[in-house]
Design a protein. Structure first.
Length: 398
């Protein structure tokens, strides 16, 4: 009388021929699960049935994946590799996993995601790589699933930068977790077309400011696409000046964000500070080169130092009224230094440095005098060696 029950069990738990040693394999409702969690595995077992739909390998000691580990697993939907010691994904490791929807790689030792490490995952919806040691994620790493991805978790890594240029194209993205990294920059407008984004966690990064973005406005007044947006950016060293006034004007108050700077606002709750205190200082040029004499062919370094809040960017305008751009001969640094590596006679004239920030601008004039070399028309070789000898001695500043 036990026989029918046993038979029934045999069928529903369908014992499968190719099941790796120690693992449990089930053929439930015609889809095969291979369950190998916490089995002390050092590598992905080679004898996994290629028809498996679910493969669980969490809590083992696997150090790398790739090669033939997942070859031909075209029906695999769910792959869990959480909490191993994976430090290497070989390029194209997942190339056959065209049906994969969910990839868990959290709790490993990955430091980079290369351009082809995740190639081939054309249906991926959930990518979970939190709690690794990521310092670099290639801008191409997500290319094969930009439109399908719904859930991206890269929290608790060491990321200073993330590939915003690919994130901004993830049209189906619903949840983005980037908390507990070292991110100091959000590109402007990245959330503009992520209409489905409902949750963004940027807690505990190094953001000093946030660019104005419709997403944040949506957090207050829901758009037709998302009823509620959950937005967290606490634990960032926010610089509470006029550039964050737009955010302060959104009526919230539920979160615990604090300001880190300027000094008089340090430690105060973002939402408790009156709008009038979110101020900026227009640029003030504190020091600059007034007049510089340079022997033709020598290097000229013009300096212009400006303060202000936010820190001003300095541009230079040449005597012929053009913004000086970088070239093989000139470098214009945002800190206010203009380097002309090899001066020529036509560099002579009045330069204007313009310091600009969100609150205004300031200008100063610098005269550059080029002292023409004698016998210029004579032999090119002669003048060249003269120039070389007096390197760095031709600058007279007053
Ligand atoms: C799972 O069971 C179904 C029938 O219930 C069968 O057709 C299929 O081949 C089995 N798959 C595996 C991998 O054994
Ligand atoms: C994958 O499939 C190909 C073609 O069917 C076959 O030649 C190859 O041996 C398979 N590899 C593995 C590891 O199953
Ligand atoms: C010129 O190049 C330097 C780096 O070499 C960069 O910091 C600076 O912003 C560039 N200036 C312009 C005007 O593009
Ligand atoms: C400005 O930046 C350039 C390049 O980083 C550097 O060489 C120069 O010394 C800096 N100038 C000042 C005044 O800090």
């Amino acid at each position: 009388s036990l026989k029918p029950i046993l038979l029934l069990l045999w069928e529903t738990w369908g014992v499968v021929s190719a099941c790796p040693f120690h693992c449990v394999c089930r053929n439930l409702s015609e889809s095969l699960s291979t369950l190998c969690a916490d089995k002390g595995l050092l590598f992905v077992p080679p004898h996994v049935d290629r028809r498996t739909v679910e493969l669980r390998l969490a809590d083992n000691f696997i150090t790398e994946v790739g090669g033939s580990d997942f070859v031909n697993m075209t029906g695999l939907v769910d792959l869990t590799l959480s909490r191993n010691t994976i430090h290497l994904i070989r390029p194209m490791a997942f190339a056959d996993l065209e049906s994969l929807r969910s990839l868990h790689l959290d709790g490993n030792r990955l430091t980079t995601l290369g351009p082809r490490d995740l190639a081939g995952l054309v249906n991926l919806q959930h990518l979970i790589v939190n709690n690794n040691q990521l310092v670099k994620v290639s801008a191409q790493a997500f290319d094969d699933f930009l439109v399908t991805l719904e859930d991206l978790d890269m929290s608790y890594n060491n990321l200073r930068r993330v590939p915003w240029e690919s994130i901004q194209n993830m049209a189906s993205l619903h949840t983005l977790n980037l908390d507990h990294n070292l991110i100091d920059h959000i590109a402007e407008g990245v959330f503009g077309e992520l209409y489905k984004l409902a949750r963004l966690d940027m807690t505990s990064n190094r953001l000093r400011t946030l660019p104005p973005d419709p997403l944040f406005t949506g957090a207050i007044s829901p758009t037709p696409y998302n009823a509620v947006i959950s937005l967290n950016f606490g634990g960032n060293p926010l610089h509470c000046n006029c550039e964050l006034l737009w955010l302060r004007r959104l009526i919230r108050g539920d979160d615990m964000e604090t300001c880190a700077t300027p000094a008089h606002l340090a430690g105060r709750y973002f939402w408790s500070i009156p709008e009038e205190e979110f101020t900026c200082e227009p640029p003030l040029i504190t020091r600059h080169t007034h007049k510089l004499w340079v022997l033709e062919g020598q290097r000229a370094t013009l300096k212009c130092r400006a303060i202000g809040d936010p820190e001003p960017v300095v541009h230079w305008v040449s005597p012929d009224d053009r913004i000086v751009a970088n070239s093989s001969r000139t470098s214009s640094f945002s800190n206010g230094t203009l380097d002309i590596l090899v001066t020529v006679a036509r560099d002579d004239g009045a330069y204007t440095c313009i310091a600009i920030n969100a609150a205004g601008e300031a200008t100063a004039t610098v005269d550059l005098k080029i002292i023409p070399l004698p016998h210029r028309g004579g032999g090119g070789g002669n003048t060249g060696s003269n120039g070389g000898n007096t390197k760095n001695n031709g600058n007279f500043e007053n």
